[in-house]
Design a protein around this ligand. Structure first.
Ligand SMILES: Nc1ncnc2c1ncn2[C@@H]1O[C@H](COP(=O)(O)OP(=O)(O)OP(=O)(O)O)[C@@H](O)[C@H]1O
Ligand SMILES: [Mg+2]
Length: 292
């Protein structure tokens, strides 16, 4: 059994001056090295959960908290200011909010300096992330003068450069073109395989998320409705559809075949799995036909 990194216990959060809690009685355990996908409709509490795991809530927001959020065994409120953020890095869905420096390069360097890295190490990492998310042409530009997608890549690079033990990415590819989006997920795959970081990704693009996610979380109206290993999670199609989750085409296709009585096995999640499943199905049907 892996080490538990995050433990959320009977946790509720209500922002000040609102009438309903944004998160209600959440219980959740996340183990070291896990890749977690978080989904749910707009306003379901995904960003609020991300901020709660980083201590931004309740640190920088006013509201009512109930229950506890433990990260590395310590309640988030027990950390000295800034300490938790060294081990838990967040890429915000609004990258603008994150920038403080005059150039993209400084933006990347400041974060690493704050962690106390040596100059040679900073140089090496700067080169690494610049290549990784293709930032070379942007390094000398002010962060506020670049496009939305470029900002998102800089925000991601800034967190990657620090490679915190836990990385939380809130819709990290919402402004990216398909090629850049694919690249981000390749980078995340690399981190998962080689560095064993714990990665939590809020993302609507399930095609990209599913192949990487070990476990999935569904939030709806502030409640954790479903949390499970990714394959088991997607076998709950009636619930997912009821909660407005639109699964990838291949999965939906097989769910329709299943409800029509053609297959009663596990639903495939990816195109590759679906192809294999369809071939098996056709083969079995042909065999049955020959036997008749
Ligand atoms: N700063 C805030 N002050 C008051 N209420 C807030 C604040 N931020 C979020 N909320 C409310 O909390 C609830 C959850 O919002 P949250 O941003 O966590 O949802 P989300 O799942 O991230 O949505 P989206 O998919 O749109 O990003 C919503 O009802 C929202 O209106
Ligand atoms: Mg959000």
């Amino acid at each position: 059994m892996s080490k538990v990194i995050i433990e959320v216990k009977n946790y509720s959060w209500q922002y000040i001056n609102t009438t309903e809690p944004a998160l209600r009685n959440i219980n959740l355990t996340i183990e070291e090295g896990n890749f977690i996908g978080v989904i749910g409709p707009n306003g379901s509490g995904k960003t609020t959960l991300a901020y709660s795991l980083d201590g931004l809530i309740p640190g920088q927001y006013n509201g009512i908290k109930q229950g506890e959020v433990f990260v590395f065994g310590k309640e988030v409120e027990q950390y000295e200011k800034g300490d938790l953020q060294r081990s838990v890095g967040v890429v915000f869905s609004d990258p603008e909010a994150q920038f403080t420096a005059m150039t993209v390069e400084d933006e990347l360097v400041f974060g690493m300096e704050n962690l106390g890295m040596s100059i040679p190490e900073i140089r090496e990492r700067l080169e690494w992330v610049t290549d990784l998310v293709n930032l070379k042409p942007l390094l000398m530009k002010p962060p506020y003068e670049i496009s939305g997608g470029q900002k998102q890549r800089v925000a991601l690079a800034a967190v990657l450069a620090m490679t915190p033990k836990v990385m939380i990415l809130d819709e990290p590819t919402s402004m990216l073109d398909p090629v850049s989006r694919k690249r981000v997920f390749e980078v995340l795959e690399e981190l998962k395989k080689e560095h064993r970081n714990t990665i939590i990704v809020v993302e609507h693009s399930l095609e990209n998320l599913i192949p990487l996610a070990d476990r999935m979380i569904l939030l709806s109206n502030g409640e954790l409705v479903l949390e499970d290993e990714t394959h088991r999670f997607f076998q709950n199609m009636p619930l997912l559809l009821e909660k407005s989750v639109y699964p990838p085409g291949a999965l939906l296709f097989f769910y329709k075949l299943m409800t029509a009585g053609y297959s009663n096995h596990q639903l495939p999640l990816t195109l590759d799995e679906a192809e294999k499943k369809l071939k098996d199905l056709i083969k079995n049907r042909t065999l049955q036909g020959e036997q008749r």
